[in-house]
Design a protein around this ligand. Sequence first.
Ligand SMILES: [Zn+2]
Ligand SMILES: [Zn+2]
Ligand SMILES: [Zn+2]
Length: 328
Amino acid sequence: MELRKDPITRSWVITGDDVPESTPHAGACPFCGDSAKSLQVIATLPGLDGSPWSARAVVHPSPIYRIEGEPARRGDGLYDRMGSVGAHEVLLENSRHDRHLWNSSDAEVEQMLRLMAQRIQDLKRDSRFKYVSIFKNHGVSAGQEFEHPTSQLTATTFVPRRVLYELRAGRDYYDTKERCVFCDIMAQEERQGLRILEIRGDYAAFCPYAPRVPYETWILPRTHEASFERTGSSRVGNVTDLAALLRRTLQRIRTITEAFHLVLHTSPNSQHRSGTLGYWKTIDDDYHWHIEILPVLESKAKSYTFKEVYYSPVASETAVKRLREAKI
Ligand SMILES: [Zn+2]
Ligand SMILES: [Zn+2]
Ligand SMILES: [Zn+2]
């Protein structure tokens, strides 16, 4: 497998003829019991209330990116290509097979958030990596890979396209206004109160003004912070509010649908300063970390699979009302 860049949209894709790996033995969870012994454990957070551990990072059993080597970025006429060097980890959210983020205690969710912060901090020390992504696909229609409650992490030698859009937009907004666009969005949402789902301490959950899918929900800090990992490694108390808000938001969304995508957007690795892209100069002021949750609605799937223009047949104002009223 290798990475190739689309010269028009400038987005990188992983492509090649993949050799299908032998399918894992059905039934047995690769992260529980005996099969877990062969895992390459990277980091473990201590257990709570007698559990062996609370959150753990392991190497993905069949990684898309390989940690060894150099990306060896090279030209091919007008094209760009590089090796699929990177990190691909599975973040186990709980030692128990049936404890998901929405039915865990706040303390357990907090441990998971702290693990996420630790892994990002650690991987950002590797100068080959420009970005660390953390995402979760839950439910068959969302492309869930494992039964065990997990998220996944990738560290890549490029910044993923959607994040690049956000970085450019954040920088452009800051260039003209000297303000963070996310802070401005948050201030207006709090003033209007039309799309705010819940506020908990320094964190807010809201349905964005122009959603890509029905019930799309974002969680972000109300005071400016570019890097999730700085928040995630901060003092006790602060992260507890975030954990509770994440848990409660997922509970609400699950009253609408089982399946969802979740993605964490944080600042890129600022060890790399790029003159041409230039988005690192004001990064600490112009970018603002957030979690995006994109529910997958079976019945609506058809309407928004046509991705040239997002079509979201439930208005944010209606979505937020239903989510607010959800019995959790
Ligand atoms: Zn399991
Ligand atoms: Zn901000
Ligand atoms: Zn984002």
